[in-house]
Ligand binder design. Structure first.
Ligand code: HDE
Length: 717
């Protein structure tokens, strides 16, 4: 009993068609109650006389208010703030040798996906630019059922065992007595917990790097984090690590910028994703896998089951197997982005789990959380969660059941229903768990193979360029600087010293605390049943000591594209229209977006009388919302120096190591604002020309913008 395969296009649109069934459009329609009764007056309640009391019989009022009263559902306990989009996944080459998953076998299948990105700690209404891990959840609507790859933008995690997850989250969330701070890890409870959890050190390096403040959701890598399994049709298993590599490269902002963006536009990432898709700049990622034969399980200097470890790409290269394109924004935020329910346990035949103790805990948590968040075991019937392959079983009833199951049989085995629905044989696509051999004693313990807590933290730190190391040091100075309890700061310095003594010393210098001479042992250390579950840390020498893939700047997948980068043109009445138009044309040809900023909205009048429409005023725009600036030439440009906002625009762009181009009178304004020709002399991130409308300037500006930032400008610590 096998469903016939759909063609490529049929499959791709299958989810879209499925969602259509639930869409409504009020265009040209009467307003009605939820019972379909046309409403005659939606402005007034029924009263006893015009000025009299309202009547309880007003079923229209009661229905409207009751529905309103119940509009909110509990937000996700973690990953509450998110943004999502529809798209598809396409396979480059069949992975049949490793997995029998249909969507990874047949290159002609275009699999619909729904992808949700999120921050972890903040509430639903918090800011996008918090220093935080980003969730990267992909729901593949495959022909064999839904497959969810619920990952993050960092390849490792803070803890090794699910038992510690509630503690980690309680520590990072706002403190319980005063509910502060929002969407921030820079507070005592978080660092208290971390300072007692050496296993978190590798992840802390990632979280303190610029990976935690992405330039865009479209410019982040994604990782499955845990080691999973691919199972082929011969029931052979390979360990697999999943990677998403963004076509636009992996880029971050700087911390000062992130904090300012949070004030200027707390929806910065959400808006960027939405606008990119609306403008046809569909974000793309390639899917990569690291495959490890079952026989190599113990070949590494770390345990594949330990989620605080990554597999260096130098040891196992990432094989690119397909691409994902996001090409459609949701129609309704609540119905889709909010109600989508991911679960690492949503797997299809050909994909299976490992015994990673963090993953094992997750396999319980995600269904459980949907029950309280979405309120019913029928959450799979919500349109965004519905599988495109048919579902039949004997599960029945519950809140808000949509399906009308026919017949008298709701049990198996049965004879009255002809034995239906049938169980599928493995050859018919029935899921069967990998028959891993387990022969063990029941223990509540941590494997000794999990006890290297510093080796990969060192690898990560050593793989960063000096400027990236500087950012990590500054991030730690900021975070620990906000910690009020001295003992916590000291404990953290003790742990950092085990990663790198120079790192610890530099952080210590910034927070006015000395690195402790002796590292205090975290509480309850020891391995085994009498140790309260904690373990001794040891550092293992790594087979790989430096990996460019871990650095955002050296990342081999980074491209130099300026596609969809936003460039601000600082303009005024009296600007030279040729200067504006030529640079605009050159940038737009490369796919960048130009915004004309001026002291007022409406139009500005160019020197030659042309009118140029203004996109944003200086009151609304800010340097932190752009990737670079251009100051055109023109008689009116000098007058911009009287606006403090323009000055701030330029100095912030400079401070955040962004590229600046200026020509003619624009170049004069620039050097006046930055107040030092010396400052600009050796700065290759500032490109100026005495000429107006200089095409050579445009080409070098485009070339440099592709580098993302001119990091040489920033002082190292
Ligand atoms: Fe999650 N996590 N998590 N997590 N997680 C949730 O499920 C949980 C972990 C991740 O866009 C919750 O539906 C436990 C690792 C993402 O809707 C909850 C543990 C990774 C999302 C939950 C972890 C993740 C969640 C909250 C440790 C990276 C957002 C709402 C054992 C691989 C999904 C929900 C979305 C969401 C539990 C650890 C990623 C409570 C118990 C590791 C991207 O079930």
């Amino acid at each position: 009993m096998k469903d016939s395969k759909k063609t490529n296009n049929e499959n791709f649109s299958a989810k879209q068609e499925d969602l259509e069934k639930n869409k409504s459009d009020a265009q040209d329609q009467f307003m009605t109650t939820n019972q379909g009764v046309k409403i005659n007056d939606d402005n007034n309640t029924v009263k006893a006389g015009e000025r009299g009391p309202s009547l309880l019989e007003d079923f229209i009022l009661r229905e409207k208010i009751t529905h309103f009263d119940h509009e909110r559902i509990p937000e996700r306990i973690v990953h509450a703030r998110g943004s999502a989009a529809h798209g598809y996944f396409e396979l480059y080459e069949s992975m049949e040798k490793y997995t029998k998953a249909g969507f990874l076998n047949d290159t002609s299948i275009k699999t619909p996906v729904f992808v949700r990105f999120s921050t972890v700690a903040g509430f639903r209404g918090s800011t996008d630019l918090a220093r935080d891990v980003r969730g990267f959840s992909v729901k593949f609507y495959t022909q064999e059922g839904n497959y969810d790859l619920v990952g993050n933008n960092m390849p490792v995690f803070f803890i090794q065992d699910a038992m510690k997850f509630p503690d980690l989250i309680h520590a990072v969330k706002p403190e319980p007595h005063n509910e502060m701070p929002q969407a921030a890890s820079a507070h005592d409870t978080f660092w208290d917990f971390i300072s007692l959890m050496p296993e978190s050190m590798h992840m802390i390096m990632w979280a303190m790097s610029d990976r935690a403040i992405p330039r865009s959701l479209r410019m982040m890598e994604g990782f499955g984090v845990h080691t999973f399994r691919f199972i082929n049709s011969q029931n052979e298993s390979h360990f697999v690590k999943f990677h998403w590599k963004p076509k636009l490269g992996t880029h971050g902002v700087v911390w000062d910028e992130a904090q300012k963006i949070s004030g200027k536009n707390s929806d910065f990432h959400r808006q960027d994703l939405w606008d990119a898709i609306e403008n046809g700049n569909f974000p793309e990622w390639e899917l990569g896998v690291q495959l490890i034969p079952e026989s190599d399980e113990h070949k590494f200097d770390f345990d594949l089951l330990d989620p605080t470890k990554l597999v260096p790409e130098e040891l196992v290269p990432v094989q690119i197997i397909g691409k994902m394109v996001l090409n459609r924004n949701p129609d309704n935020f609540f119905a889709e982005t909010e109600q989508v329910a991911f679960h690492p346990g949503h797997v299809v035949p050909g994909i299976d789990f490992t015994n990673d103790p963090l993953l094992q805990g997750r396999l319980f948590s995600y269904t459980d959380t949907q029950l309280s968040r979405l309120g019913s075991p029928n959450f799979h019937e919500i349109p965004i969660n519905r599988s495109i392959s048919p579902t039949h079983n004997n599960q029945r009833d519950g809140h808000m059941r949509q399906e009308i199951a026919k017949g008298r049989v709701s049990y198996h085995p049965n004879s009255l229903g002809g034995g239906c629905p049938f169980q599928a044989k493995i050859a018919e696509g029935g899921f069967s768990s990998f028959n891993e051999k387990i022969d063990a004693q029941k223990v509540r313990a941590r494997s000794k193979s999990f006890s290297d807590h510093f080796g990969q933290a060192k690898l990560f730190y050593n793989s960063q360029t000096p400027i990236e190391q500087t950012h990590i040091i500054k991030a730690l100075r900021f975070e620990l600087g906000k910690v009020e309890t001295l003992a916590i700061r000291e404990r953290m310095l003790g742990l950092l010293a085990q990663i790198d003594t120079d790192l610890a010393k530099k952080v210590a210098d910034g927070i006015g605390v000395a690195v402790p001479k002796k590292t205090e042992k975290p509480m309850n250390q020891g391995v085994g049943a009498d140790s309260n579950g904690d373990q001794e840390s040891k550092t293992v020498k790594q087979a790989v000591e430096k990996s460019d893939a871990l650095s955002m700047i050296l990342n081999p997948t980074n491209s130099k594209t300026i596609m969809s980068r936003e460039i601000a043109f600082l303009c005024n009445d009296g600007v030279m229209s040729e200067s504006v138009n030529n640079m605009k044309k050159a940038l737009e040809k490369e796919g960048a977006a130009v915004k004309i900023i001026a002291p007022h909205l409406g139009n500005i009048q160019a020197e030659n009388g042309d009118t140029i429409p203004v996109d944003q005023s200086y009151l609304i725009a800010a340097s932190v919302l752009f990737d670079g600036i251009f100051i055109p030439s023109g008689d009116g440009i000098e007058a911009l120096k009287q606006f403090p906002e323009v000055k701030e625009f330029i100095t912030d762009t400079f401070k955040h190591c962004k590229y600046i181009a200026a020509e003619g009178t624009g170049a004069e304004l620039l050097s006046k604002v930055l107040q030092s020709d010396e400052l600009l002399k050796d700065d290759k991130g500032v490109l100026t020309s005495k000429e107006s409308s200089d095409s050579a300037l445009a080409s070098s500006f485009i070339k440099e913008l592709g580098n993302h930032r001119y990091w040489k400008r920033e002082k190292m610590v």
